[in-house]
Write a protein that binds this ligand. Sequence first.
Ligand SMILES: [Zn+2]
Length: 252
Amino acid sequence: MYLKYMRPEEIKDAVIRKLPVMLPVGAVEYHGEHLPIGTDTLIAEGLCKKIEERAEVVVVPALPFSPTMHWAGGAASGDMDFSERALAVYAEEYILQLTAIGFQRIYALIGHQGKEGAPALIMRRAGRIATAKTAASLGDGWSRLKPEQWPVEDLFSIVRVCDYDEFSDYSGLGGRMPVGHGGRGETQLIMALYDGLVKMGALKGMENLPEWLADVYEADKADGRFWVEFCVNGFVRHFGPYARVESQSTSE
Ligand SMILES: [Zn+2]
């Protein structure tokens, strides 16, 4: 389900059933001449879409802006170094509005800078504010309430900051999933999630590929598909009772 398309009755039902919320967090950032400027947002959104196909979750509109520090390129290439301060205000408001609706479990899927980067820290802070606000509404000594009297199931995990492979099982695999910046990892994820979006030929216009693009020609669509499945499987397993039984075998 996508919040944007849900009617009030469906939203109320999702709240009553405590459906998890998936919030893609991305950036508008230069990723090389071959990739779209919204690569991070697109990967996070694409994975949420695949997760939604296999589990009952509510996908909410992405947070598409993040600080980039113009690390990979400048404004002339489309890169937006979005202010950390502005993002913090926006993220805090977004989480408070989602919790006001009644959503209790918000999974922020971080597409930019990983779990210790600016957007991840900002999402954690927003979750922390939502926790404090909920706690303040309970009055003094609220630790003495029984868990079933709490207004949310887990007061301390309203927002959970997640990597793509957050719940995936690496046993039997050689190494971690390649992600990086614009190189093999992200390029093959975009190949796997969006047909025709990657233009490898555009790399020819780049003189001296930067270090982060050193492995870009190793990008492989089938490998990308493998890692997409790997990430999605982890989330679907984590969401347990919310998994859609009927479509489990239909994923390619
Ligand atoms: Zn990226």
